[in-house]
Design a protein around this ligand. Structure first.
Ligand SMILES: O=C[C@H](O)[C@H](O)COP(=O)(O)O
Ligand SMILES: C=C(OP(=O)(O)O)C(=O)O
Length: 345
């Protein structure tokens, strides 16, 4: 094999999957999780989706610890909430910064992406053993085939919602895809992205054997909107949710939304997340059906610190601690139960 200066050859997605195969029982579990999440999103399952976990995975051991504790504590809520673990291995940056475990697994700026793919895949297999469905954001479309078989929920973020290649990727992915509103809050961009993701596309992609191919994607009917707030403020108020749903209906898209309590909706202050969820929970208790789920940034300990941070503390966005997260989820589960009795009369 010829080595070209400045290039480093990566294993193909198939080679990496051979090195770190998904055990058969997890393949079945992931298939079931994707279908359960789809049912919750379209309302045929009356539970509410709760995508919770750290802003980013920088210490796989701490996140597995978090996942095991979350899975155990959330078990009693399972009739009302479908809890999904944020297992985010890539971070989109506003300017420059650490791009996540996949890009820089040793957190030393060496950007060993081959190492990151291996560590990331091993981490996702171990996290799936917690029994929780896993969520991730797809930042670099070329890296998606390395890990997408392990995720049950995907996100396209605020910084890439207008990107054609991300919309094409969403049209091919085999799991429900949440598409965030952009930083400026213009919902028409996210609505257009959802419409594109629902539509069949022919587009360039990387095959499982690492070849550059033209792929025919069927379109993803599970693409839906995540309201994450804007650079200027929040966007989970009833009027914005109703306007968003109207826009989604106009393009015959999935007409229920997920509200991200973090980011613009908490104005980047993690302590505001419980208030956002309490507001949503109150509306759900009164019979609101347009909100299919919530997202929260949560880790073992609250807040954030630059690397090296203490065990269980985020090194990217500030998080709510696990015990406060559980209180929030317990109240949300109560509201879902109450809302169901309102809807059923
Ligand atoms: O969710 C995490 C961050 O908000 C996102 O990656 C952007 O981070 P940055 O603005 O610190 O670059
Ligand atoms: C980067 C994220 O969100 P957003 O795209 O909304 O900023 C995230 O959820 O990690």
């Amino acid at each position: 094999m010829t080595t070209i200066p400045g290039y480093e050859l990566l294993p193909s997605p198939a080679e990496l999957a051979d090195e770190h195969p998904v055990p058969a029982r997890l393949v079945d579990q992931i298939r079931e999780h994707r279908s359960e999440i789809t049912d919750v999103l379209n309302g045929s399952d009356g539970r509410v989706l709760a995508v919770v976990g750290p802003c980013s995975v920088h210490d796989p051991v701490a996140v597995i610890d978090y996942a095991e504790r979350l899975a155990k504590s959330a078990e009693p809520l399972k009739d009302h909430l479908l809890v999904v673990l944020r297992a985010y291995l890539e971070k989109p940056r506003t300017a420059v910064g650490w791009k996540g475990l996949l890009h820089d697994p040793w957190l030393d700026g060496s950007e060993d992406i081959a190492g990151g793919l291996r560590v990331g895949r091993r981490f996702l297999i171990m996290a799936a053993e917690s029994g929780l469905p896993l969520a991730g954001e797809f930042v670099e479309p070329m890296l998606a085939p390395y890990l997408s078989d392990l995720l049950s929920y995907g996100a396209i973020g605020a910084r890439t919602v207008a990107s054609q290649s991300h919309r094409e990727l969403a049209s091919q992915l085999p799991m429900p895809i949440g598409i965030k509103n952009g930083l400026d809050g213009d919902l028409s961009v996210a609505t257009a992205a959802i419409h594109c993701a629902r539509t069949a596309q022919r587009h360039p992609a990387v095959s499982e054997h690492g070849a550059l191919v033209v792929r025919s994607s069927p379109g993803n009917p599970t693409a839906h909107l995540i309201l994450r707030g804007t650079s200027a403020g929040t966007n989970y108020d009833p009027e914005t949710v109703d306007a968003a749903i109207e826009g989604l209906r106009a393009t015959k898209s999935l007409d229920r939304v997920v509200v991200d309590a973090s980011h613009g909706n908490s104005r980047k202050d993690h302590r505001r997340q419980p208030g956002v969820i309490a507001d949503i929970a109150g509306r759900i208790a009164c019979g609101e059906r347009g909100i299919a789920g919530v997202m929260m940034e949560s880790f073992l300990e609250e807040g954030r610190q630059d690397h090296p941070a203490p065990y269980g503390v985020s090194i990217t966005d500030a998080c709510l601690d696990l015990s406060s997260t559980m209180s929030v989820l317990e109240s949300l589960a109560d509201s879902v139960r109450m809302g169901r009795s309102v809807v059923l009369g």
